[in-house]
Design a protein around this ligand. Structure first.
Ligand SMILES: Cc1cc2nc3c(=O)[nH]c(=O)nc-3n(C[C@H](O)[C@H](O)[C@H](O)COP(=O)(O)O)c2cc1C
Length: 309
């Protein structure tokens, strides 16, 4: 992900490359092909949008961008968009009603159900009874005690396919994979506070949490590139980290990963509690004052994030 990310859509240029009338017995349709220069956010990225207009209504939209095509495939997005335009034109001329019905049949996916809550806690450890689970438990208790709703997500137990870098989300705002991530994104957009609890695994986050983080690329794309008017409610985030080795330097990478994750979604990291030298399951309970410190950080974040704006 580019370090120059921005949540407010940047100005990028859009040029109409082609406009074509398709006359059929059911009326005249217009095909337009536009090119957008998205390089202010991603170096050299261009996106091509093919739109089939039925009067003022866009009956179908196809998008493709330069980042989808690795140098070895011998394809480029302009040729692919033109090829699609030819297919649409042929389909329309052949049997316009059948072709339009075919376009409408492209299924819209229902997002898997996850509750919508004021606070989302992402518990990144694969250990259901480990230190991060204990932290997540304290957090959830504190949130409920303040009258807010909360859910704890366990990425390791969820069906979240790792991102494959297909860059389709920069065309559509949605991911190629149809799994539990869609529900996670809905929950993240609704929540006012995001809390990540994570152990350090080889200096970074465990694989399940990393998959969830990478898959938020689609949300980042929607916020920045697709022009869809969506709102992120989340105002701030917290990181509660645990590692086995002694020394705060062991969190250097973990904190960066979580900071970049949150920044990409426009979330300010409002606080961190990083507990080093904790290796045995349940060790964390024995640390004097830790539970109180965690609860206090959550309280402060709740008062800034969840107060009416
Ligand atoms: C695969 C793996 C990699 C780990 N890598 C590190 C590491 O790089 N640095 C460190 O300080 N601790 C490391 N640890 C230790 C964990 O961070 C530590 O045990 C933590 O308390 C586990 O949290 P949990 O109980 O919530 O699972 C690693 C543990 C595992 C299982």
């Amino acid at each position: 992900m580019n370090s120059q990310r921005a949540l407010i859509p940047m100005a990028w240029t859009r040029a109409l490359l082609e406009e074509r009338e398709v006359r059929t017995p059911e009326g005249t349709f217009i095909l337009t092909l536009e090119r957008e220069d998205l390089s202010p956010l991603y170096p050299t990225m261009e996106r091509y949008t093919l739109t089939l207009w039925a009067g003022k209504r866009a009956a179908a939209v196809f998008r493709t961008n330069t980042y989808e095509y690795s140098p070895t495939v011998g394809l480029d997005p302009l040729s692919v968009a033109r090829q699609r335009a030819r297919q649409w034109e042929e389909g329309l001329k052949d049997d316009p009603l059948e072709f339009l019905a075919y376009l409408k049949k492209i299924p819209l996916r229902a997002p898997p159900a996850l509750p919508l809550t004021d606070v989302v806690v992402v518990q990144g450890s694969p250990r259901a009874d480990g230190n991060c689970s204990i932290l997540a438990g304290w957090v959830a208790e504190e949130v409920r005690a303040s009258g807010k709703s909360v859910q704890v997500l366990y990425p390791d137990d969820m069906d979240i396919h790792p991102c494959i870098g297909c860059y389709q989300c920069y065309n559509t705002g949605t991911c190629t994979f149809d799994d539990e991530m869609e529900g996670v994104v809905r929950a993240l957009r609704y929540a006012r506070l995001l809390i990540v609890c994570s152990p350090v695994y080889t200096n970074t986050v465990p694989a399940g949490l990393k998959a969830l983080i990478d898959r938020c690329q689609a949300l980042h794309a929607t916020l920045n590139f697709t022009g869809r008017r969506i709102r992120m409610e989340v105002v701030c985030g917290l990181l509660l980290g645990v590692c086995g080795r002694q020394g705060q330097e062991n969190f250097a990478c973990l904190t960066q990963v979580v900071e970049v994750f949150m920044e990409n979604l426009g979330i300010t990291v409002a606080g961190m509690v990083l507990v080093d030298g904790v290796d045995r399951v349940r060790d964390i309970r024995t640390i004097p004052g830790l539970e109180g410190r965690v609860r206090a950080v959550v309280q402060t974040a709740l008062s800034t994030s969840c107060s009416p704006s």
